[in-house]
Ligand binder design. Structure first.
Ligand SMILES: Nc1ncnc2c1ncn2[C@@H]1O[C@H](COP(=O)(O)OP(=O)(O)OP(=O)(O)O)[C@@H](O)[C@H]1O
Ligand SMILES: [Mg+2]
Length: 256
């Protein structure tokens, strides 16, 4: 497939009367790492949730690998696709959140295996070896048989990332995956994401870790009140902001 991995055109999203995405455009190529920054309430999470069809949206389109996500237009009418089709499309992306949501009664390996067995219908032996490969990649080879309660927050988040990536998504969406972690655990998670980026994984990541955004991304998007306020390469964005809004935002952000 040639062309863009992700193409968002004029995305509009309302919650009731309130429009929270007011025409967002974004394209990314295979292997791009895009950091999304911006103040609270600017629409960052909503944008990721639309891509993953966890939210409905009222206008515009999202395409992944050329495929229109969530809706189809026939005879001028826009209709939500069938749930089965949406479920299939949702699997094109993997998502990791602030809250890791692991199953507490399952070991790390079982958590990673679950989707492989249930959704991908993989045999248990094969699923276990895929799970072990990914747990190894996130530095948890020794801890694969532990339960979430026996792991630190950073380790649990790495399990959650392994679980998403084991499903072999085309695109990973990360939403403030370090926000719930104690400061000393942040780096181990960021390092895992950096390694994945280096290996060519395409990703959109919402973060308030400015230094991380600077180091890991090929492009930065600054969201401001439901629109893209500014975008560019990390160097331009952090050193030469073009808009007052971004300059202000950077002043109030911690850069550590
Ligand atoms: N389920 C909901 N119902 C109504 N309004 C919502 C809902 N979820 C989000 N919003 C509103 O949509 C806007 C964008 O929210 P969103 O969570 O996308 O912001 P964000 O940029 O991720 O913020 P933060 O940095 O705090 O995570 C906010 O004004 C928020 O109050
Ligand atoms: Mg958010």
């Amino acid at each position: 497939m040639t062309g863009n991995l992700l193409e968002i055109r004029d995305l509009h999203k309302r919650y009731g009367e309130v429009e929270v995405l007011k025409g967002v455009d974004c394209t990314m190529a295979q292997g791009d790492v895009i950091a999304i920054i911006g103040s609270s309430g600017s629409g960052k999470t909503t944008m990721l949730r639309c891509i993953n069809m966890l939210e409905e949206f009222q206008g515009g389109s999202i395409r992944i690998d050329g495929e229109e996500i969530g809706y189809e237009t026939a005879g001028g009418t826009r209709r939500r696709k069938k749930e089965k089709e949406i479920a299939r499309q949702r699997a094109m992306t993997g998502m990791a959140f602030q809250q890791f949501n692991l199953f507490p009664h399952m070991s790390a390996a079982e958590n990673v295996m679950l989707g492989l067995v249930k959704v991908k219908k993989m045999a248990r032996d094969e699923a276990r070896s895929v799970a072990e490969k990914w747990l190894d990649r996130v530095g948890l080879a020794e801890r694969r048989d532990r339960f979430p309660g026996q792991l630190s927050g950073g380790q649990q988040q790495r399990v959650a990332i392994a679980r998403a990536i084991a499903m072999n998504p085309k695109l990973m969406l990360f939403d403030e995956v370090t926000s719930a972690l104690d400061p000393e655990l942040v780096n181990e998670v960021l390092q895992v994401i950096k390694d994945l980026a280096r290996d060519g994984m395409s990703m959109l990541l919402v973060t308030h870790e400015m230094r991380f955004a600077y180091e890991v991304s090929s492009r930065v998007i600054f969201m401001n009140q439901g629109r893209i306020g500014e975008e560019g390469n990390p160097r331009e964005m952090f050193h030469k902001p073009q808009t007052e809004r971004l300059a202000e935002f950077l002043k109030t952000s911690t850069f550590n």
